[in-house]
Design a protein around this ligand. Structure first.
Ligand code: DGJ
Length: 731
């Protein structure tokens, strides 16, 4: 049994293969946190709760004269608000009488087989009913009659626990919800680091490790999307944690909108971590009888460092999150027209690129932005999803037919959530975009955002996208989103509900994706938001691959892909070989290295194949052949970060190991060349220490133990930005 309730000690015990999670109902009905960490025997953990009279820490009424019980310092599963816990709360409400108090006491629980459901939002699924168990704990505020259901699903064999929360108004007055966290987790100890993945457009998910300090620190997005700037994934770890050692806790929100991950070290040096929808600019009116669902968060614990933690996320995301059948299939090698032609193309030019791409072994031609409406640059046309016959006189279906006749698959770019002012759609429906009445509009890339909180807008988009998919043979769709949202105001919501707009936008987006992406499982959808501006677990539920960054420079990608790999599996990130000097950084890196780096994901190309030299074409052809040969080790195997681009200036290296440990691919890029440099050795990971391996290019056989402890010599003849790959095979 993964979930038990011990009625004597009033303790809930959640167990995965390697971890235990315990909580207890206090004598006054509060739900206290006991423990989350390495699996422990079934013992009474009551001794961990130390109560004492502490100054300025109020005592609840039910404690009578007992001054030792205070919610101000006790570790909890879900905080009260306005009742003497002054740390970052799990919930904030305004009740019908104007009070800002919520005091949830345990009011029942349920344990059942299978998974709970987060209505309208993506979440992990149980592959079989028996593989997952769920606990629901009901917390009730007796005065307002509001309840919160805390959900816990235990994926025992996967070492994963998910949490979510639902607010239910069972009273007679409407309640305004200002904050509802998906998870609150209290830690009694203090020496933690918070690892977050931060950045900007073209430099996403930079690894950032900060000691948790006294007071509150957070990462958040208030841009309407999960954002380039911060990712809705974080790790809380002990100070000594590294790739192979130490306790660490992961928090991955399955949500694509405004989020917050916040940590507070309190007056007693305890740490609270919260994650959920960002309360900034958020409020939701919950009428009597109505509910509000907070998104799911995926919790993972590793007592053996970051690598194990990453493997837990990679496995669960590949197997229990993504709905696309393609997550388990080799994806076609694509060529994308964006950096090859931008907006400047006609059918002849596209066919020429496609022809050369085919000769190199590419399998899918993707027509990026510029094919529809009046779209010769990024100032107009968004919203008019009808082909531009000046550029493509035979239409999309004509182009698609010719591409297919050549022997390639065909894909297309769309940006459904946006509208240009210079478009027929905007002229017909100016009220369909987010804009506040009487205020000048803020533009981003000269475009406005459609109001996806409106069902009529969503239904229009579902019909428009489905029409594109019906009109031509299309095997791949790149779904882009190219601005941060501002001027949030929906023409269909009353004034007191405007705080709901951005969450409703995200629900609208999921509604569209449910009716477009999930109804076309045969099409590969690729997520994109100016590169990796919406690289999150919710998008991965719909789309098996996400364009990792608009930055295609191989050196920069080493950092971007390194950061991305902490939570997201290799086969979810799309990576392209592009031309040099690189369009974003103007750096020149050998084409072989560009291939090595792009193979650390779903390999693709984004260049004018027609203009490549014979040598470059040969290099691409070889890369494709090599990648396809090793695809399953890369996509389905275990991933090891062998070095950090933040700590090792000389090289960045990583390793893919097949699940049976029989095959492995090691990749290394030299990032700084010194004169007369020291010999470097690369210690491998994940091999069978007792087995013998051959290493392609090296004479002899080597034990897994030797390769992991003594390592492989890094060839001294490598020049700066050159790379090398080693293929290992067990004999
Ligand atoms: C941003 C994307 O990230 C690019 O790859 C490209 O599709 C452009 N948008 C097109 O406008």
């Amino acid at each position: 049994m993964a979930i038990k309730y011990n009625a004597d000690s009033k303790t809930f015990i959640l167990e995965t293969r390697d971890s235990s999670y315990l909580m207890e109902i206090s004598r006054y009905g509060n739900l206290l946190h006991l423990y989350y960490g390495d699996r422990i025997p079934d013992e009474n953990l009551d001794y961990l709760i130390k109560i004492q009279d502490r100054g300025f820490s109020p005592n609840p009424n039910e404690a009578g004269n007992d001054r030792t019980f205070s919610l101000d310092y006790l570790a909890q599963e879900f905080s009260t608000d306005g009742k003497g816990d002054y740390r970052i709360p799990s919930i904030e409400v305004i009740n019908g009488d104007g009070s800002r108090i919520f005091s949830g006491k345990v009011d029942g629980y349920k344990i059942y087989k299978g998974k709970y459901c987060t209505t309208g939002m993506p979440s992990l699924r149980a592959i079989s009913e028996d593989s997952v168990q769920t606990l629901e704990i009901r917390l009730k505020d007796n005065e307002s009659k509001a309840a919160v259901i805390l959900y816990y699903s235990v994926f025992e064999e996967k070492n994963i626990i998910t949490r979510a929360a639902r607010f239910i108004n069972e009273g007679r007055e409407s309640i305004r919800l200002h904050k509802l966290m998906s998870v609150t987790m209290d830690f009694r100890l203090s020496d933690y680091d918070l690892v977050t993945f931060d950045g900007r457009h073209t430099m996403e998910r930079e690894f950032t490790r900060t000691p948790v300090r006294s007071g509150v620190q957070s990462v958040q997005s208030c841009r309407g999307a999960s954002s380039h700037q911060h990712n809705p994934f974080a790790i809380l770890c002990e100070r000594n944690t590294n790739e192979d050692y130490g306790r660490c806790y992961g928090y991955a929100l399955i949500y694509s909108g405004n989020f917050i991950i916040e940590a507070e070290k309190d007056q007693y040096k305890q740490v609270r971590l919260n994650a959920g929808i960002n309360p900034k600019s958020f409020s939701f009116v919950v009428e009597p009888g109505e509910e509000f669902q907070a998104p799911e968060v995926v919790l993972a614990y590793s007592g053996k460092g970051f690598t194990t933690l990453s493997h837990l996320y990679h496995n669960i995301f590949r197997e229990n999150l993504c709905r696309s059948p393609y997550i388990k299939e080799p994806r076609p090698i694509l060529i994308n027209s964006w950096e090859a032609a931008y907006f400047d193309f006609n059918e002849e030019k596209l066919l020429q690129i496609a022809k050369d791409a085919l000769e190199m072994g590419m399998e899918l031609f993707v027509l990026d932005d510029g094919w529809f409406g009046k779209r010769d640059d990024d100032n107009s046309g968004l919203g008019d999803w009808k082909v531009n016959l000046n550029k493509l006189p035979n239409g999309i279906s004509g182009l698609s037919d010719r591409i297919h006749e050549m022997g390639l698959q065909f894909g297309i770019w769309i940006e459904p959530e946006m509208v240009s002012e210079d478009s027929d759609l905007y002229r017909a429906h100016p009220d369909w975009c987010l804009k506040a009445p009487g205020r000048p509009m803020t533009r981003g890339r000269n475009q406005l955002v459609l109001d996806l909180s409106r069902k009529d807008v969503c239904d229009y988009l579902i019909d428009s996208i489905n029409a594109i998919l019906q009109d031509a043979k299309i095997e791949y769709v790149k779904w882009d989103m190219n601005r941060s949202i501002s001027d949030v105001w929906s023409a269909q919501l009353p004034a007191h509900r405007q705080g709901e707009t951005l969450h409703r936008y995200i629900l609208g987006l999921y509604y569209i994706m449910d009716h477009v992406i999930l109804t076309h499982p045969e099409v590969i959808f690729c997520g994109c938001s100016g590169g990796g501006g919406r690289f999150d677990a919710a998008m991965l539920y719909y789309q098996p691959q996400i364009w990792c960054s608009d930055n295609t420079d191989a050196k920069a990608r080493l950092k971007i892909q390194y950061g991305t790999s902490f939570a997201y599996p290799v086969n979810s990130l799309e990576a392209h070989v592009s031309i040099c000097p690189n369009h974003q950084t103007r750096r020149t890196v050998p084409i072989e290295t560009r291939g090595i780096v792009a193979m650390d994901g779903i390999l693709g190309y984004e260049l004018d194949a027609f203009k490549l030299t014979k040598e470059e074409k040969d290099a691409c052809r070889e890369q494709i052949h090599f990648y396809k040969k090793h695809y399953h080790i890369i996509a389905d195997g275990d991933y090891y970060r062998l070095s950090s681009p933040y700590e090792n200036p000389y090289y960045t290296a990583w390793q893919h190991v097949s699940k049976d440990r029989k095959k492995s691919l090691v990749s290394l890029v030299l990032t700084d060349k010194e004169s007369n440099d020291a010999q470097m050795y690369l210690r491998l990971k994940g091999l069978d220490k007792d087995a013998m391996y051959t290493v392609e290019g090296l004479e002899g056989r080597y034990s897994g133990a030797l390769l992991m402890h003594a390592g492989l010599p890094v060839p001294g003849e490598l020049n700066e930005y050159e790379g090398i790959q080693f293929c290992l095979e067990m004999i």
